[in-house]
Design a protein around this ligand. Structure first.
Ligand code: NCD
Length: 321
């Protein structure tokens, strides 16, 4: 069945719960294609424009991999320093032009609200790959996929979100989505990096059960997911403020002795020092798989936004590489 149209993905509000679940199911069927076991050129002839005005490894590369695994092509803005941005071109003009070169655009920008601004200037769908400290909905889709793969469901889980909740855009988008699926949230952060008050009150207005604490390690016993984040150094106006919160949490394997057997530790990556490498070898670590899931989740999103149906039986349609 053809899924309902999504015009662009700027925040998680652009997707209904039903659409989220459909996209996650499309993503699951696309796993053999993402792994390179099957070739399925659903996006042949389509071009993705990658516009990253901020550093990115996973988001940019997984978008590119997703497009290419589906037979599509990618054009990159490349390094901002070698583009016309340095000549003073406005974002509005850049978008209007790239709009003519491509069928869909993935964009990351340091300014909050830039993705919506770009969508207003474009005819093609914009996928927000992070706008300042705002939102990061494509990351949320791969996070939800990872949680669903591990727990078999999204609803009714207890999720600890830890670290930089003030500037971390991944946790802003993810907390909204989790609340819509009836999860209980624990926000663990240093006082300076608490989840913005307007987000907490919005979540509570939607019936969320949210607890705020500075005690990460003491709040993990009942958790199904512990989602760690990096302190977003680049967003601090004041270096001393950063120095006061840096290294606030350092999750080590010894902290995991009394957690639930099936609890998973996630992280959008890159990590700095908030997850010790001793955690990598434990049954709980899920962050590298999570990064791989960026490919399938973005494949499913690209198909949905380009109006391409993912076949019910992918192996019957796909061929050998
Ligand atoms: C995140 C981001 O850019 O917000 N990274 C990512 O997309 N995987 C998290 C971060 O940079 O800390």
């Amino acid at each position: 069945m053809e899924g309902s149209i999504v015009a662009g993905l700027i925040t998680m509000d652009d997707l209904t719960n039903e659409q989220i679940l459909e996209i996650l199911s499309d993503a699951e069927r696309l796993l053999p294609v993402a792994r390179g076991e099957l070739y399925l050129p659903l996006l042949k002839g389509r071009i993705l424009g990658n516009l990253f005005f901020e550093p990115s490894t996973r988001t940019r590369m997984s978008f590119e991999t997703a497009m290419k695994r589906l037979g599509g092509d990618v054009v990159n803005l490349g390094d901002v320093k070698t583009s016309s941005v340095v000549k003073g071109e406005t974002l509005f003009d850049t978008i209007q032009m790239v709009d003519g070169y491509t069928d869909i655009i993935a964009m990351r920008h340091p300014r909050q609200g830039a993705a919506q601004y770009a969508q207003d200037a474009a005819r093609v769908p914009i996928l927000n790959g992070g706008d300042g400290a705002g939102h990061h909905p494509t990351q949320t889709m791969l996070d939800l996929f990872t949680i669903q793969q591990a727990h078999g469901r999204l609803n009714g889980l207890k999720v600890v979100l830890a670290g930089d909740l003030r500037y971390g855009r991944t946790v802003h988008s993810l907390s909204h989505a989790l609340v819509r699926f009836g999860c209980d949230l624990i926000f663990a952060s240093p006082d300076l990096l608490r989840m913005p008050e307007e987000i907490v009150s919005d979540l509570r207005a939607h019936g969320a059960n949210v607890l705020e604490t500075e005690d990460l390690y003491g709040s993990m016993a009942e958790a199904d997911v512990v989602y760690m984040t990096r302190i977003q150094k680049e967003r601090f106006a004041d270096e001393d403020e950063y120095a006061r919160c840096a290294g606030a949490y350092k999750l080590h394997a010894r902290h995991l002795e009394d957690v639930k057997q099936d609890m998973i530790v996630m992280h959008p990556l890159p990590r700095v020092d908030e997850i010790d490498p001793t955690v990598d070898k434990t049954r709980h670590a899920r962050y590298f798989e999570q990064a791989f899931n960026g490919v399938v989740a973005r494949m499913a999103l690209l198909c949905r936004l380009l109006g391409v149906t993912v076949p019910a039986d992918v192996s019957a349609e796909g061929g050998a590489l």
